[in-house]
Design a protein around this ligand. Structure first.
Ligand code: AMP
Length: 116
């Protein structure tokens, strides 16, 4: 298990720093990425500070499912009816820079595959 640290995302949850929050419930929060990589770029995060997907445990299965269903809900709310991409960067090789699990929703343009 990675060490649980205070991250910028915990500070967003606590409203200590501003963010453009588009959705919130008791388990999750979604806000616009400050450095968008697509016309729509939203991050969905659990309020529980799981550092990485690889730190999630069997007991987190309902929460992980909730995050995916939150992605669906937030994408619909954002009008991404033509599709979107969901990305989880995990750890150093995955390009993760903030150690609080987050799901990127990217949409509003057609994306290529594979990624670079
Ligand atoms: P990752 O590389 O998967 O860890 O993604 C972290 C993401 O968090 C990046 O896309 C950043 O642009 C985004 N980010 C960092 N700080 C903030 C912030 N204060 N508000 C919104 N998004 C942020």
């Amino acid at each position: 298990m990675s060490e649980i640290q205070e991250t910028i995302f915990s500070r967003i949850i606590k409203r200590e720093i501003p963010a453009d929050i588009v959705y919130e419930d008791e388990l999750a929060i979604a806000f616009r990425d400050v450095n968008p990589q697509a016309p729509v770029h939203i991050l969905v995060i659990p309020k529980q500070p799981i550092p990485r997907l690889s730190d999630a445990e069997s007991s987190d299965h309902a929460l992980i499912g909730h995050l995916l269903l939150t992605v669906k809900r937030v994408a619909e709310q954002a009008g991404l009816s033509n599709g979107y991409r969901v990305v989880i960067n995990n750890g150093e090789d995955g390009g993760q820079t903030v150690n609080h699990l987050h799901l990127h929703i990217l949409g509003g343009r057609q994306m290529s595959w594979p990624p670079g």
